[in-house]
Design a protein. Sequence first.
Length: 398
Amino acid sequence: MAFSVNTNTGAFVALQNLSTTNRSLAEVQNRVNTGLRVSSAKDDSSSYSIAQGLRGDVAGLSAVQTSLNRAKSSLDVAVQAGESISDLLNRAREIAVAASDSGLDTSSRTALNNDFKSIISQVDSVVSQAEFNGTNLIKASPDSISAITAVKQNSTVDRISLSGVDLTTGGSKATTVKAAGAITVAASTSLADLVGAGGVDGAAIATELDGLANVTLNDDGTLTAVTGATSGAAAGGVTFTTGSTTLSITVGGKQFDATLPANGAASTTYSSLKLSDFKSTTGTTVTTTGGGFSRTIKSLDLTKQVDRASAAAVVDNFKANVNATLATFGSTSRQIDIQQQFATKLTDSINSGIGNLVDADLAKESARLQALQVKQQLGLQALSIANQAPQSVVSLFR
């Protein structure tokens, strides 16, 4: 080997080896600091790319879990409210049955009616408070939920959707419709007969109506106004509206369509005629189509005999609807629970996969760190020795 003060090959080699050791040492220190074998694309481009895609999937699952948690909370509130309503309706039915006792006096029935009204009011209070994050699934015009369950590669979204149900005491679920058959109006037909055919206990309210109301058409199709009509509630209980060849009959607020026989036509000179305008006479028979009466639980008045007769049935109908709603809500809540569990397990599995791709083996890195630290010290020593080589040239000139 030639001696030269311009070129120190040994120092160059020692420096290169030391630089390599330092780079390896920096790499190991970064892995120890981050816990990652692949922390950037320059470490391992393919593994980094795959890991980033999987991290995106985990982020999507996090959004899914947030959506599911929000929907679950809204459902839990609605279910708790529905269970409270069901309990209140049990008490309401107890009162409705108690009020039907014929041995009660007026003051007792009034007290029971007040209790009944209080419970019904409490039902509406529960409904109004059954809200989570602005979502109320059981109010009038109820909200709905649409929880995200998956976001697919083509950006399509799977959902669990549920429409709310109106559980207010004036809503459709609290309404009982009682079917009625056809009504025939002939000479000597009483208001009690009409109301009875309409689906309400006519005998029960006939006493309240205070009298009979006979309604007929004359054989020429006209209606003759006379005196001697029934009084008070009876006069307001049934309304006949004429026009063309049809007749509309309103009984207790429920309208029935009536068709006149071929040999008779309603007078077009009348728009609305009440029972108080007519007398009993013979004439054309009118038959109505079938209909029915509806009653909401909120409208019940247990001081009235007709309401007492139907109160328990109305409460039972509302409670059945509440329980059916609870079954639907409970089933959806369980479905969300299952989806939450799956999302959690899937997230854990993906995170494990990411770890297998990019996590560092710290036991291995610890061993490498110690080896590289020793190697660094030796490299420094070798470079120091190599740097002293040119000094030997000086001794040649002494």
